[in-house]
Ligand binder design. Structure first.
Ligand SMILES: [Zn+2]
Length: 210
């Protein structure tokens, strides 16, 4: 599958994969990372976590390549912290391509990436993970959605989906409800990979495979 343009407007592209799938992908290897990213990888002691971080950074390059048509070693992936203004952590962006939104996520052997026009956020979690506290969800999402999920006989899966949605919203930089009018969501469960994922952005979203 490919992302890119569809008639009438731009489309975002999202991919969820396992870390081993990405690391085995032809054309993706550690050499694509910038020196600052490789320095950061070298500081991660836990090998599985290091692999997850590497795979997420490779997957976002694959997404950028598919959306922009640029080869995967071209994009200058950078990060800017909205909290302290520092580089190298915080929200990812493409240097020189401010119109292209990028987001990535990793969790316990799973990775996800999304690329599209404007603000975009993606989150992936193992489907067995317990959701975060309901009061935090209430603060981030419309009460009605959280109340409906919490009222189910087994609320865990529905609350986890909302939790993943809330994380995607945070990553898109849309934390206030007044900000969220143009934002649309896709949430899905990837059963073969035992993953729950969500994308938040203002355009239609295509879900592809790596
Ligand atoms: Zn910071």
């Amino acid at each position: 599958m490919t992302g890119g343009q569809e008639p009438g407007g731009a489309t975002a592209l999202a991919i969820v994969a396992t870390t081993p799938e990405v690391l085995a992908h032809p054309g993706l290897d550690e050499g694509l990372l910038a020196p600052w990213e490789r320095r950061r990888l070298a500081g991660i002691r836990l090998p599985s976590r290091r692999d997850d971080v590497l795979a997420a950074r490779l997957l976002v390059r694959l997404c950028v390549a598919r959306v922009t048509g640029l080869p995967p070693d071209t994009p200058a992936l950078a990060q800017l912290c909205p909290g302290c203004g520092g580089q190298g952590h915080g929200r990812p962006y493409l240097r020189g391509r401010p119109e292209v939104g990028v987001s990535l996520s990793h969790a316990d052997g799973l990775v996800a990436a999304a690329v599209g026009p404007g603000a975009i956020g993606i989150d992936v979690e193992p489907s067995a993970r317990r959701p975060g506290p309901v009061h935090v969800l209430r603060r981030l999402l419309p009460d009605a959605d959280v109340a409906v999920a919490a009222a189910q006989p087994d609320p865990g899966p529905a609350l986890l989906r909302l939790w993943v949605r809330a994380e995607a919203l945070l990553k898109a930089g849309r934390t206030g409800r007044a900000d969220q009018g143009d934002i649309r969501f896709i949430e899905w469960t990837d059963r073969p990979r035992a993953a729950v994922a969500a994308v938040a952005c203002a355009t239609p979203i295509t879900i592809a495979s790596a």
